[in-house]
Design a protein around this ligand. Structure first.
Ligand code: GLA
Length: 740
């Protein structure tokens, strides 16, 4: 017999033995015949270990003697499986320290003697609330795994895994299935749990914020107990963002051990970061349990959002770069094939609601002269939208402002060589609108309670099929009628009174079904209009997460466009999200805080993401136009490096008055350094900036603003550093390095 065939048969024999031992159905287990020790998922039969290998991380799961699935390891790469013994539950320590609660269960249900954050909690129709999950079957391929868990009384949970071996990312999520004969109510449905190695002295890094002050970084020790990051607002929220980084308290920007995860969900989400009394730090993430209830009748299932995780041995910067690359190549629509973000102009801060054809044409001519590629008309073009009091819901052109409809404006924008985009806020309705007068029952509401307005608007219940169809049709009809390249899709308030009167028995499903319908519309719109691009905005950055990023091209980072504040907002943003996604505008001064920064400073801040201009160009001086043209031209030269390269945060605005960020192209041929100084004191020079990620042996040509050139080796730039002339207040500079 040929050796290959002999090997296949031998493997099958072993497989059959395993089924017997685990009492599994053989058809469901497919071992990877080509299992190798390199980056992939593999199953080690003797010790019942499932190993997930990526270029930068390893995760090992095992089936213990009670057939519970246990996490054995997650962290830096450990090649092969020879180091790991079979999983064994942790013994009972006292009658209060039970074995199940001490064991690192990969997906613990609430049941038996388990007392920490459960991954799933249910109530059966007959009142029974106990669930204990054990491994029933598994299906492992080199890049995916499905591990079936089940309770003896008809609750199944499929754990679904996927790895991107080269990108260093592992995905986990769950599908909870009611295989019993009675209804069950799910009270907690989590995507998964990540365990860092046992021990204490860990630190948590996360962001918090509010409107116009998103993405403020916090870094704090993890103590015993639970810290919850969450949204209860219906969308992702300004207040926190669904990702975490955990380090061993020694990580720096470029060194040390960092574990990270990001949840792909744009509705109510929750991350519980917990340190148990047994010195185990674990992060449980998924649908927020607050006000959560999801009824499953027999045969029905609930799928949770993807929870992505990874590990970096190169500090916080390494963790961010891993996430950025994954987003660019696998999350964003079109992935690695998606185009670089064009230079955008948006009329909002120039005109607010006062849009009309001559005014927009005048701005378009000026924007085109600067080199803008995408012209976006913001709020005010539809219905009776003269202020935020009216019009939301009426997605037809305001004929008083545009007596000739939008075609002449769009034709002119196109003639000027730019694409055209429109602002919409489709999930919202003003009570003063034709839509609300016709369908007052379409909004989220409790029938006998007031309907709270925010910015004079109410939230349509997008879980309703009629609302889903209305929004899809309205946007499809705009994209069909007009030559649109782009929607800025806004959402300017949080939910309130989240009732669903048409579905009284099951109305808390609204938290999930709303978001699913939102994703569905985005997906259908893109499928029908393949060149249409979409920006996710929610009063700035309240809907930014890996869920929405599967359907949109960029996000509006913050309504706060004040350049100095933006340095911190952008730094926090960059922890989890790629520069390419980060929409950043140059706007007029004085801005928020009454602060005025020079135009060059504002440009250089915005050029660190997807550059936009949101200023009132009618007020600009000739010198502003001259500088802006130079900056836009420079942006077009360097944007492949900014948008597709590796980001190194060299100096943080949180630590000193100098901020420095460096972007290095993937092929290493170019690097771009941005540096900003808040205010010089005592005539002191700016601190030396040490570059990162260069080729020590190579020589680079450095081009400063004004075209001054210098040459240095990578070694010099990384070890001797650069002393830039940053004097006075709000000084800024950019240096472009090209490898010779
Ligand atoms: C929100 C957005 C702004 C602008 C206005 C329009 O606040 O974040 O950029 O589009 O709505 O009303």
């Amino acid at each position: 017999m040929a050796p290959a065939r002999r090997h296949a048969l031998k493997t099958r024999d072993k497989r059959d033995k395993l089924f017997l031992r685990l009492n599994m159905r053989p058809a469901l287990l497919l071992l990877p015949l080509a299992a190798s020790l390199s980056a992939q998922i593999s199953y080690q039969e003797e010790r019942q270990l499932i190993t997930f290998q990526t270029a930068t991380s390893t995760m090992v799961l095992g089936v213990n003697e009670r057939r519970e699935l246990q996490t054995l390891y997650w962290g830096a790469p450990i090649p092969g499986t020879t180091d790991f013994t079979a999983a064994h539950s942790t013994p009972e320590r006292s009658s209060f320290d039970s074995s199940p609660t001490r064991t690192r269960e990969e997906f613990p249900a609430w049941g038996g003697t388990r007392y920490f954050e459960p991954a799933v909690k249910i109530t059966r129709a007959d009142g029974d609330r106990d669930v204990v999950l054990t491994v029933r079957d598994m299906n492992v391929t080199p890049t995916t795994a499905k591990i079936g868990l089940a309770d003896k009384d008809g609750i199944h949970v499929d754990l679904l895994y996927r790895i991107w071996p080269d990108l260093g990312i592992i995905e986990k999520h769950s599908v909870i299935r009611n295989t019993s004969t009675q209804n069950i109510n799910i009270e907690s449905a989590q995507s998964g749990v990540w365990y860092v190695p046992p021990g204490d002295n860990y630190r948590l890094t996360y962001v918090s914020g509010r409107w116009a002050a998103e993405d403020q970084i916090s870094r704090e020790p993890i103590h015993p107990g639970t810290k919850v990051l969450e949204s209860r607002r219906g969308n992702t929220s300004h207040n926190a963002n669904p990702w975490f980084m955990i380090d061993d308290s020694h990580a720096t920007e470029e060194t040390g051990r960092v574990w990270f995860g990001a949840l792909a969900w744009s509705g109510n989400w929750r991350l519980a970061i917990e340190q148990t009394p047994y010195n185990q730090v674990r992060v449980t993430g998924g649908f927020n349990t607050f006000d959560f209830a999801y009824m499953l009748s027999p045969g029905m299932s609930l799928e949770t959002p993807a929870f992505y995780g990874g590990y970096s041995g190169d500090g916080f910067g390494g963790a961010s770069r891993t996430l950025h690359r994954f987003e660019r190549e696998q999350i964003l629509p079109g992935g690695g094939q998606s185009r670089l973000r064009p230079v955008l102009y948006n009329s909002w801060e120039a005109t607010t609601f006062n849009v009309d054809e001559p005014g927009q044409k005048a701005l378009a001519a000026k924007a085109a002269a600067l080199g803008v590629e995408l012209f976006v008309m913001d709020d005010g073009w539809f219905g009776k939208r003269n202020s935020d009091n009216a019009g939301l819901g009426d997605w037809f052109v305001n004929k008083t402002k545009f007596p000739n409809d939008l075609q002449p404006l769009i034709a002119e924008v196109n003639r000027l060589g730019m694409d055209f985009g429109l602002w919409v806020e489709p999930e919202m309705v003003n009570p003063d609108s034709d839509l609300y007068r016709a369908h007052p029952d379409w909004v989220l509401n409790f029938p006998n309670r007031p309907r709270s307005e925010l910015r004079n608007q109410l939230v349509l219940n997008l879980a309703l099929p009629a609302v889903h169809d209305f929004i899809l049709n309205a946007l499809d009809s705009l994209a069909t009628t007009y030559n649109l390249r782009y929607f800025k899709w806004d959402m300017n308030r949080s939910f309130s009174e989240p009732g669903w009167p048409a579905n009284p028995a099951d109305q808390q499903k609204v938290w999930v079904e709303y978001v699913r319908n939102y994703y569905d519309i985005l997906q259908k719109l893109r499928a029908k209009h393949p060149s249409l691009e979409i920006e996710s905005c929610s009063g700035g950055g309240a809907r930014i997460d890996l869920g929405v990023l599967k359907h949109v091209d960029e996000v509006w980072t913050s309504d706060n466009t004040e350049a100095f504040d933006r340095l911190r907002i952008q730094e926090g943003f960059s922890y989890a999200y790629a520069p390419k996604i980060m929409s950043a505008w140059v706007t007029d001064v004085p801005n928020m805080n009454g602060r005025s920064t020079p135009l060059q400073y504002r440009f250089l801040v915005a050029m660190q993401g997807a550059l936009g201009i949101g200023a009132n160009l009618n007020k600009w001086a000739d010198s502003d136009f001259t500088l802006a043209k130079t900056m836009v031209a420079l942006d077009k030269q360097i944007r492949p490096t900014i948008q597709s390269g590796n980001l190194y945060r060299l100096m943080s605005p949180r630590d000193s008055d100098v901020t420095a960020n460096e972007y290095v192209a993937h092929d290493g041929k170019q690097a771009v350094l941005f540096a900003f100084r808040h205010s010089q004191e005592y005539d002191l020079p700016a601190p030396t900036i040490y570059l990162e990620g260069l080729d020590a042996q190579a020589t680079y040509t450095l081009t400063y603003l004004g075209d001054r050139k210098e040459r240095h080796t990578g070694a010099y730039l990384m070890h001797n550093g650069l002393n830039l002339n940053l004097s006075g207040d709000y000084a800024s500079t950019i240096v472009v390095l090209n490898r010779l």
